[in-house]
Design a protein around this ligand. Structure first.
Ligand SMILES: Nc1ncnc2c1ncn2[C@@H]1O[C@H](COP(=O)(O)OP(=O)(O)OP(=O)(O)O)[C@@H](O)[C@H]1O
Ligand SMILES: [Mg+2]
Length: 269
């Protein structure tokens, strides 16, 4: 299967007087696309529009030619879109394995009665889900902690576990909202390697929202920059790095720069 293509056209969404996303158009496909911009630029709102949490006021979102904006959130998942959240949302009381198994079991074909009776077909389905979940966790690097309760994991592993759970929905498009938030340099680099591996192994198109700009520059083939809801620039990492408007609006801001690059700058990368 060739990687999926997302086409966002003229996407617009207001909240009261705020235009959170303003006539935004961009494409993503065949790799990892970075979506960056200052706080409040509208990045998470773009994910909420793609995943059907919000309806746009104007615009279209096509995944391999299929319109997503008419779909409800669960239908968007079924159409092949999974995400992680800026604020981690795991099933905290479940084990890590159960977190990743849950989406696999809800795709199952057995009704509540057979599930209650735990018929042999249900048990067989559970075994398939367990094996599949474990294999995904191995790919993402969280298989070692499969039996631990999710809430007891260190922050970096919770973020990875969320990616594993998103992959259990078998997405064609994976949306990652600040997966490296709160991570140090070493953790961020390791996460970057995992994301690159996931993109290849699962042949999934990825859109990555991140403020760790070195991570974005390292692993994204293409970058989209937003400012105040609108498109500020798009291009390759080197084009974006040397774009005067992007430097003025985001990359070069002293306060933002300190906040985002502070840890990275000491590494000489
Ligand atoms: N449900 C909502 N109701 C009202 N305003 C909202 C809502 N969701 C987003 N906004 C506003 O839309 C704008 C864009 O917010 P959004 O969360 O998309 O930004 P962001 O680029 O993800 O920022 P950050 O980098 O801080 O996560 C902000 O002004 C925000 O306050
Ligand atoms: Mg956000």
């Amino acid at each position: 299967m060739t990687a999926s293509r997302l086409e966002v056209r003229n996407l617009t969404r207001s909240f009261g007087g705020i235009v959170a996303v303003d006539s935004l158009s961009f494409d993503a496909g065949g790799g990892i696309t970075g979506l960056i911009g200052p706080n409040g630029a509208g990045k998470t709102t773009v994910f909420n529009l793609i995943t059907g949490i919000y309806r746009p006021s104007v615009g279209t979102i096509l995944l391999d030619g299929t319109e997503l904006i008419v779909k409800r959130p669960h239908e968007v998942v079924r159409a092949g879109v999974s995400r992680t959240f800026q604020n981690i949302r795991l099933f905290n009381r479940m084990t890590c394995l159960e977190n990743v198994m849950t989406p696999l079991l809800t795709q199952g074909v057995y009704g509540p009665v057979s599930a209650f009776l735990r018929t042999s077909s249900v048990r067989a389905e559970e075994k398939i889900a367990r094996d599949r979940a474990f294999s995904i966790m191995e790919d993402v690097g969280v298989a070692d902690v499969s039996d631990r309760q999710a809430s007891t994991l260190p922050y970096g592993l919770q973020r990875k576990l969320e990616i594993a759970r998103a992959l259990a929905c078998a997405p064609r498009l994976l949306l990652l909202d600040e997966p490296a938030a709160g991570m140090n340099d070493a953790e961020t680099r390791e996460l970057g390697e995992s994301i690159v591996k996931v993109q290849k192994d699962f042949d999934v198109t990825i859109i990555l929202i991140e403020h760790h700009i070195n991570l974005v520059m390292d692993i994204c083939g293409h970058i989209v920059v937003m400012e105040r809801g609108a498109l500020l620039a798009k291009g390759s990492p080197s084009e974006i790095r040397s774009d005067g408007r992007v430097v003025a609006a985001y990359l070069g801001r002293p306060r933002e720069r300190k906040k985002r690059l502070g840890a990275d700058e000491g590494t000489g990368r």
